[in-house]
Design a binder for this molecule. Structure first.
Ligand code: PAZ
Length: 317
């Protein structure tokens, strides 16, 4: 059993106590409970549920935020993985950064999106021939996922919102035990400005260079594994820019946080290749170069779903 100080529970508690409360907490809890309820007996049986986190968290520098620290994450991994999980029969809670890549929209042009459409007259809107297929697939797949209660989207912006929402989701999923999964692809800030030491108003620019002291964000992964959702299958991610330290860091994280696998990826090649690091060895996953349109997430999710099935079987014996 892990002791409290080892888990950093004190730091976690004080992080939550000093966080600005979620504005729409009741609405989130209501949506979550309804979604979980619908999936606990969908078609007479319990569906597997995965919480996919996606995009980067922001770190506000002012309480009435004008400036913030951000990171590179586009949300592409989370969106593509979500589509694959839905295809594999899962219900997905998509915890995503507002404004980042969305499931089923990846093949639509985002710049400029409006070029997809035309008005042949004042009453009709049409999709331009070049985009008909992409729009049709996107709209139909998204609507089917929502209508079948397989997709619940919950947006966040700040590190405060993200961690509070992750805790709500983990707690709400507790009864799903091994049938639940956490797939933590979001790029979560390691450092933040504690709310109470943050200035309320916009930082003045007239008084020379700016010194900011950032505190370390407590490691929630240990708490997620130990307290919030101890029976859930848990996949974390490790990103590095130096390929020489990537696998070593991922292996350390696997041991430290006792997750079931760590997906290791390098910034510049993350769309082509990942390595799934687990106690049964390391597996390199790539897209199929022979299949047009193949993406790394097609093979990654196949592997993760297989591992999850084994976990559920072992859990029940
Ligand atoms: O969001 P994206 O598709 O641009 O990138 C995905 C990713 C690199 C953020 C993800 O694969 C990942 O490694 N997330 C964890 C990052 C980390 O905190 O180490």
């Amino acid at each position: 059993m892990s002791c409290i100080s080892e888990l950093g529970e004190d730091e976690v508690n004080s992080f939550f106590e000093s966080s600005p409360p979620l504005k729409n907490m009741e609405e989130i809890v209501q949506k979550l409970n309804a979604f979980i309820h619908l999936n606990s007996s969908a078609g007479g049986r319990r569906r597997r549920i995965v919480c996919v986190t996606s995009g980067g968290t922001t770190v506000p520098l002012e309480q009435r935020c004008v400036r913030y620290i951000d990171n590179f994450s586009s949300g592409n991994r989370g969106a593509a993985s979500t589509e694959n999980f839905v295809k594999a029969g899962y219900a997905v809670i998509f915890l995503f950064r507002r404004g980042t890549c969305q499931p089923y929209s990846r093949s639509l042009p985002d710049d400029p999106f409006l070029e997809c459409f035309k008005f042949p007259d004042n009453t009709n809107i049409q999709v331009n021939a070049s985009h008909v297929e992409a729009v049709k697939v996107a709209v139909m797949d998204q609507q089917a996922a929502v209508a079948e209660s397989r997709l619940l989207k919950l947006p966040f912006t700040t590190i405060y919102e993200y961690l509070q929402m992750l805790q709500l989701i983990a707690t709400a999923l507790k009864d799903f035990g091994p049938c639940s999964m956490f797939y933590l692809a979001a790029a979560v800030s390691d450092f933040y400005v504690p709310w109470k030491s943050m200035t309320e108003h916009k930082i003045e620019s007239g008084s020379g260079p700016l010194d900011i002291r950032l505190a370390q964000v407590p490691k929630m992964l240990s708490i997620l594994r130990t307290n919030w959702a101890p029976k859930a299958f848990c996949i974390s991610f490790k990103l590095e820019t130096d390929s020489k330290i990537l696998i070593e860091k991922a292996t350390k994280a696997l041991r430290k946080y006792k997750v079931h696998a760590v997906v290791a990826n390098e910034l510049s090649t993350r769309k082509e290749e990942v390595v799934v690091v687990s106690s049964s060895g390391n597996v390199v996953v790539r897209c199929d170069s022979e299949k047009p349109g193949s993406i790394v997430e097609d093979n990654l999710i196949r592997l993760i779903v297989d591992r999850h099935s084994t976990y559920i079987k072992e859990f029940s014996t």
